[in-house]
Ligand binder design. Sequence first.
Ligand SMILES: NC(=O)c1ccc[n+]([C@@H]2O[C@H](COP(=O)([O-])OP(=O)(O)OC[C@H]3O[C@@H](n4cnc5c(N)ncnc54)[C@H](OP(=O)(O)O)[C@@H]3O)[C@@H](O)[C@H]2O)c1
Length: 372
Amino acid sequence: MRLLVAGATGQLGAGLLETMGEAGCTMIPLLRVPEPGRRTAGRLRPPDPALVGEPVRGDVRVHRWGLDEAAVRRLADEADAVVNLAGQTNWAGRGSDIYATHVLGAEHGYLLARELTALSGRRIPYLYAGSVYAAGGAVGAVAEQPYPRRADRTVYEQAKLLAERRLTALAGEDSPLLILRLCALVGNSATGRTLRRNSLYMLADRWDDLPGGVLPAMPAARVDALPRDVAARTLLRAVRRLAGLPGTEALICHLGLGETAPSVRGLLDAAFTADPERFRRAPRVVSASARQIVWTSQNAHRFLPLTPTAHNALIGLRYVGLDRVFDRSRLAALLGGGLPEAGLGLLAGLLFGPPRRPDAVAAGGSMARFPG
Ligand SMILES: NC(=O)c1ccc[n+]([C@@H]2O[C@H](COP(=O)([O-])OP(=O)(O)OC[C@H]3O[C@@H](n4cnc5c(N)ncnc54)[C@H](OP(=O)(O)O)[C@@H]3O)[C@@H](O)[C@H]2O)c1
């Protein structure tokens, strides 16, 4: 399969490039035109066998992703699916950027897939990288269903939710549509390479800086995270299956560890046992209620003079401090089994192993960005 991919230079895009060859897929990346002063997420490193032809230039925030007539005609001949991984993952960033990238980007991408379907006479499926965290402060079992209204979402979570709503309203049978809600991504399972050390790595990098040396979390809080290559392999399987689906409705699936996600306490214990020297003092998790964690992570910046780094870190607290399980039964049905896996030891090793330079690029400090 040949995929038109927006967001190829990001963390998940890197995972795709690492795994496309073995999956028999190639990529036509949609890259933004570089702008002075704008930091890009990452870089493609041609010649990469997963890349075919010339990348196309565009921007997901604009109609047709900014592609001209000739580019659209070329893609109608060449692309078999449209994959939207483009994201604004700095949660403390401008709300307008976050909304435009996620909500408009999601919609323009689906309309583009439809146009390619009409031009090519083939059904071109569309995969949108959503986020399990659009669930806001929900705890307990979280289903692969449209999320209900809640008042406790962050700006980023609300944007991911609106993107989903827009897509479910647009879905039609000409282009199959999958909203793949991702859990947190960490580096490559074999090499540890990561584009940045996001907020999950905060547990490792800034443990000794936590006030009082304690982490507030619900007693059975879980960390749902996948290495980027494991997530990418599953995504590629999902997009293949999607191409053969008849459905007229948007399909929503959770891409994560679900019921097998480790507890935050278990993860810290595993890391401490493997390398006690890494910690100045033994990790301590103090019990907090869902309400305390959700409220604090949503509102503290209104009262405290937080730097963007600290603001992001505080939002990240809700991604390690809540006790919830993202159901995977629809993902299992789509894939026909073979759900993604990542053991406690692997995750602890990826997060708490030594930072691996030069690929580990800290963005504004190790806590600055969580992968959303
Ligand atoms: N990583 C996670 O843990 C995680 C968890 C849940 C959901 N997600 C979702 O999964 C997707 C991928 O995440 P990621 O971690 O790979 O993100 P990332 O590392 O921050 O990369 C974002 C990508 O989007 C591109 N991009 C941003 N704005 C764009 C625009 N206007 N037009 C075209 N491309 C644009 C960036 O290109 P430049 O190189 O030009 O900046 C980059 O390739 C996002 O939608 C994110 O919300 C991620």
